[in-house]
Design a protein around this ligand. Structure first.
Ligand SMILES: Nc1ncnc2c1ncn2[C@@H]1O[C@H](COP(=O)(O)OP(=O)(O)OP(=O)(O)O)[C@@H](O)[C@H]1O
Length: 337
C-alpha cells in the first residue's frame, strides 16, 4: 500500500512560487492499477515523481507499507528505489547500449555477477517478447519496442511498484493498446502495484481499477473507473469522458496522405475559445486541414475537440505540437504518414 498524506510541493519561481501540489491525500492499494489523470500542468508528473523521491515534497509523508520514504537517508533510499520501477514517455534508454545491455544496466549497478545478469535479462526479454532484438540498439527499434525494453529494465530488480509517467503518450493507438496489455499482464504475473499518469481517458478506461483526477495541484475526484464513467461529478471528469466517447466515433475518418500527421486536439475551458488554428498557421510553417471539430458547452466549462491533418517539416510540426501543449491543449497523434 502507498499512503500519501498532506503532500504539498512548491517550486521557487523568479517572481513567485508555483504550488504544484496542494495537500494531496491518497491511498493506493497493493496490487491495483491506479491512474492519475489531468490536463497539462495539473501536477501529475510532480506527484508521481515524489513517490520515488525524484522530486522532494515541500510537506507531507509518503508511506510505502510501513516506511515513510520521505524520511529515508540516501543509502536507504537507494535500496528502497530498487523496489520501485519507473517508465517514461520518451523511454530514457541508453542509446550506446544494446537492448540486452540496457536491461542489464540496473543489475550491474546492483552488483550481480555476469551469469545471474545474463539469466535474468534473458527471462525479461521473454516477458516483453523481444528476445530476437537483444543485440539491437535503441535507434533500430520502434517506439513500442523501446517501451518494452524500458519495461524490462524497470522490472529487472523485481520491484513491487511500477510508476508509469505518460508511458504511452508518444505511441500510436495500436501500439498503446499493446503496451497497456503488456502492463496488465506483468501486473498480474508479478503482483505489481502500478501507478500511472496520463492525459488520456482511453488509457484509464483500458487498464485502471481506480482513478484520481488532478487539477491545479489538487485531487478533485477519485473513484473506481466504472463509477467515474457512470457518474462523473466534476466538469473536468465529464469533459474527459465526453472526449473519449466522441473520439471513438471520428478516429478513423481521415485521408491517409503520406508525410502528414493526423492529431486530435482537446481543450477545456478558456482554451476552447482561443483562435488556436489561425495562431498555428501564423506561427509555424505548416499546413492544416481540419477534418472534424466541435465545442461542447458543459455545466461549468466548455470542451473543444478538433481532428486536424498537419503537413510540413517534422521539426516544424514538433515545434507546433510543443506550442499546443504549452497552451494547455491535449494532443494525441492519431496517425503518422
Ligand atoms: N522544476 C520545476 N520548476 C518550476 N516549476 C515547475 C517545475 N516542475 C513543474 N513545475 C510547475 O508545476 C506545475 C505542475 O507541473 P507538472 O509537470 O507536475 O504537471 P503535469 O500535470 O505533469 O503536466 P504535463 O502533462 O504537461 O507534464 C506546473 O505549473 C509546472 O509549470
Amino acid at each position: 500500500m502507498i499512503e500519501i498524506k498532506n503532500l504539498s510541493k512548491s517550486f521557487k519561481g523568479k517572481t513567485s512560487n508555483v504550488e504544484a501540489l496542494k495537500d494531496i491525500n491518497l491511498i493506493i492499494y497493493k496490487g491495483e492499477i491506479f491512474g492519475i489523470i489531468g490536463l497539462s500542468g495539473a501536477g501529475k508528473s510532480t506527484l508521481i515523481r515524489t513517490i520515488n523521491r525524484l522530486e522532494e515534497p515541500t510537506e507531507g509523508t509518503i508511506f510505502i507499507e510501513d516506511t515513510d520514504i520521505i524520511k529515508l537517508d540516501k543509502k536507504k533510499l537507494r535500496s528502497t528505489r530498487k523496489e520501485i520501477g519507473m517508465i517514461f514517455q520518451h523511454f530514457n534508454l541508453l542509446n550506446s547500449r544494446t537492448v540486452f545491455e540496457n536491461i542489464a544496466f540496473p543489475l550491474e549497478i546492483s552488483g550481480y555477477d555476469k551469469s545471474s545478469i545474463e539469466k535474468r535479462v534473458n527471462e525479461l526479454l521473454e516477458v516483453v517478447e523481444l528476445a530476437d532484438k537483444k543485440d539491437a540498439y535503441p535507434s533500430q527499434l520502434s517506439g513500442g519496442q523501446k517501451q518494452r525494453v524500458a519495461i524490462a529494465r524497470a522490472l529487472a530488480n523485481n520491484p513491487k511498484i511500477l510508476l508509469c509517467d505518460e508511458a504511452t503518450s508518444a505511441l500510436d493507438p495500436k501500439t498503446t493498446k499493446a503496451i497497456l496489455n503488456l502492463l496488465k499482464k506483468i501486473q498480474q504475473e508479478f503482483n505489481l502495484t502500478v501507478v500511472l499518469i496520463t492525459h488520456q481517458m482511453e488509457v484509464i478506461k483500458e487498464i485502471c481499477n481506480r482513478v484520481a483526477i488532478i487539477e491545479d495541484g489538487k485531487i478533485i475526484e477519485l473513484n473506481t473507473v466504472e463509477e467515474i464513467f457512470a457518474k462523473p461529478k466534476t466538469s473536468t471528469a465529464k469533459a474527459f469522458i465526453s472526449h473519449i466517447q466522441r473520439s471513438s466515433q471520428s478516429e478513423n475518418i481521415y485521408p491517409k496522405i503520406s508525410g502528414s500527421t493526423v492529431i486530435k486536439l482537446s481543450y477545456l475551458g478558456d482554451s476552447a475559445k482561443k483562435p488556436i488554428i489561425s495562431n498555428l498557421i501564423r506561427k509555424f510553417e505548416i499546413d492544416i486541414n481540419i477534418l472534424s471539430g466541435d465545442i461542447d458547452e458543459l455545466q461549468t466549462t466548455s470542451v473543444g475537440n478538433l481532428l486536424v491533418q498537419i503537413t510540413g517539416e517534422n521539426k516544424e510540426k514538433e515545434k507546433a505540437f510543443d506550442w499546443l501543449r504549452s497552451q494547455n491543449i491535449d494532443l494525441e497523434v492519431i496517425w503518422n504518414g
